[in-house]
Write a protein that binds this ligand. Sequence first.
Ligand SMILES: Cc1ncc(COP(=O)(O)O)c(C=O)c1O
Length: 399
Amino acid sequence: MPHAPLAARATEPTAFAHLRPALQSMELQKIGAVARLGLEDPEVVPLWFGESDLNTPKFIKDAAVEALAQNKTRYVSARGVSQLRDALRRYTHRVYDLELDPNRVTVCGSGMTAIMIAFQCCVNNGDNVVIPVPVWPNALHSVEVMGGEPRLVRLDDTAEGWQLDLDKLFDAVDERTAAIFLASPGNPTGWVMPADQQRAVLAFARERGIWVIADEVYHRLVFDGAKAAPSFLSIAEPEDPVLVVNTFSKSWAMTGWRLGWMVHPPSLVEVIGDLSAYNNTGATAFVQWAGIAALEQGEDFVRHMISYSRTGRQIVLDAVAGFDRIHLTPPDGAFYAFLRVDGMTDSLRFAQNLVLEHKVGFAPGAAFGPGNENYLRLCFACAPERLHLAFERLQRALG
Ligand SMILES: Cc1ncc(COP(=O)(O)O)c(C=O)c1O
């Protein structure tokens, strides 16, 4: 359904007549609507958010403490301290074997901030952004915040895994399309975009003069043994209309630290630096030193995160095999299982009931764009015993 707009979105009309219409009609966050029912209940097994239950490793915390002791507590460049941008250049070389001009790197307050900055760069009121779904809801809603329309193209759930039909993607692009947004590895599906598809999208974007926004926050979390998922960094020229978004949140278990980065054309250095300033005056100073430690000393931890996620993935695949009503297309990347539950028609109510009645927290499929009412998402980068308990409880709920 390439041209399907998001369904009527107002769940609770706001009382504020002066609020921008784009915000008045924006739907409430559905993952939050489930999580708030159980966040403070210690009996609930919480698998709703996009984070591992592993703690940030000590060497990263130590680097932050040390930076605090050295009073790295003041304003710094809104583009990030040069030491971190240089560490990102070295990291990119290690992971992708390519030379990256550190001037093309802007450190910002999170992956989310990088996405917002990307849309601020390219979406005018009334423009659309073409996005494969299911997708992380914040990507859809940040287009709406800009007054744009998320234009959705459904990934196909096939026996060979989730797949993107490029004809459908390109057909969805029209003269009001500002960008194609691609999250690979994807949340919630674990879809990984192959390099040949990336090349085709890049050629299309060049020809049509539109942006590619590549969300690569799960770049290290792939299960085929590769060092990282295919990246637009490996194929784009510096001045291509490509913005690559990344974060420390996922690979280094740093979700609460709020630190991300983006790689952009050199000609956008000034404007992206200014946008980083206008969003949050850049990332927190001492957190950036923790980021350097993550990049420079974090490879063992990243390997651990991958094997921990791989174990969790297998537990979920085995558990799902025992359910008649549940189907799971094995994810190739990221750390989510997107379960299709046959017979479930209202994922939000179902997920809320799971929390209240059965003490297990999944994210409702409906949060990830239309057409997902019969899905639930869980994060499997969690301890085996938690995952086993979650499936026992789900079993009880399904009867
Ligand atoms: C696909 C995707 N992109 C970006 C982000 C943003 O991550 P953060 O803002 O924690 O850096 C997330 C977080 O869940 C995500 O799933």
